[in-house]
Write a protein that binds this ligand. Sequence first.
Ligand code: GLC
Ligand code: CA
Length: 527
Amino acid sequence: MLTEKYMDFSKLVIYQIYPRSFMDSNHDGIGDLKGIEQKLDYLQELGINAIWLCPCYKSPNVDNGYDIADYRDIMDEFGTLQDMKDLIKAAHEHGIKVIMDLVPNHTSTEHKWFKESKKGKDNEYSDFYYWRDEPLSDWTACFGGSAWEYCPERGQYYLHSYAIEQADLNWDNPRVRDEMCAVVDFWVDLGVDGFRIDVIDQISKEFPTRNCFGPHLHEYINQMFGREKTAHLFTVGECWASDMEEVRRHCAAERNELTTLFQFEHSDLGRDTKYERRPQSLTAARDILIKWQNIADDNDLLYSLFTDNHDSSPFLSRMGNDQELRYESATCIAAMFYTLRGIPFIYQGQEIGTALPNYNSIEDFDDIEGINQYHADLPVFGEKKAMERINFGSRDGFRRPMCWSGEAYGGFSTVKPWLTTNSRYQEVNLEADRASEKSVFRFFKALLKLRLNTPAILYGSLNVISRPEDPFFVFEREYEGEKYTVICNFEEESTISVPENTEVVLQNYLDRAETFRPYEILVVKHN
Ligand code: GLC
Ligand code: CA
């Protein structure tokens, strides 16, 4: 049985906003907080009840805001702290909770702590970062190159797990922990309802081996979120390497660490390494979902239900047919994830079936990771293939401005946006979608409404009916005598029997046929 607190969290539907690309209110080509505020009616109509904002803090933007220079202030392009207060207030008035992105593992090298720390060993911030006389040679940074950078001013090397401009904080220093708790409290006082915590599994480190889950990880998370002031918050951790035991340790209700975490086993589907396509059936996603649903059920945990985020190209384009069956695939994928137990996350644009764009020039890219990869690829693969790889794999794939209409720049801005508009914007945009008989947006609305009004979908047990060898996914959800069957057919046409004595409560094809057509889904309620 889920605890009462977790049953309450189960009613969340979280919409992830990439602020830079959501809506530009003041025509400078960059999305901003006022732009988000303008779209709250839209989000309310969609039926979500929480937004997670990717980092909005003061930042030199080497890694799009994940390099924070001041945790208590807003990035100039996004607006002011007052705008944030207004947004929180307006969101709450719309019945929408606000979840901030917290980046505790590293700061920008422009952060005051780092600027002080690099001055020398007797500075009061000296131990806020990891300084070494020699680099630990086998440590590489996630964005390429060594993870140790020499700082001439201090005459030592500092650790950066990501970009050179993102220095890792030394969490073994109690002052760092106190500072980060104060940052959390600052935002709680401003009214935020929860946090998504960036690479949380890396904050406790072990030297010289390089491990996630350092020896003090759980203690540190508990210190942040297990306090009286924070224990009520919704928290979701980004954990790249969690196995079952770790998930249990992080998310069991009584531990007061995280409400849930992102578990990424399914995110590499449809690709071999990040940059190469690998054709794969949705049955692979089904099997991973079943595995983690069962773990969550057995342990009374909440699983996070997501396909997309700002770090990877659209799942739809990797695992579905984003051409003539774009609507069918987008809705099928949504139905199979969001009728399960856990916390649904919708990434901006997913609700209109945003698909992977294509460009011919490196000028159309911004993602530091993708661009570094492109330059590494050039000598190995040549220009054409390197472009193909960055188009497929770069994080820009789903970071491009939201397409609200078929107007110039997709109606996101009246001027050229910071990042080239999705090349398919005339075909894939909200206005066109709404006008279409096959509207992904309308399907999402119906799906979320069904979810939030159906205890069996929110809390029910899962009973998988389809067999592993079936090219589809059929399961039942049952709670307090109410039962639903969800049928998700995948790529091929299939014969699937619909249980008798049921009524249809959701479908993505406009009519019914003898067989189930590609990506057809059906949810029925048992009478
Ligand atoms: C996470 C973020 C990603 C960022 C990285 C470093 O993986 O999702 O966008 O680049 O952490 O902060
Ligand atoms: Ca703007």
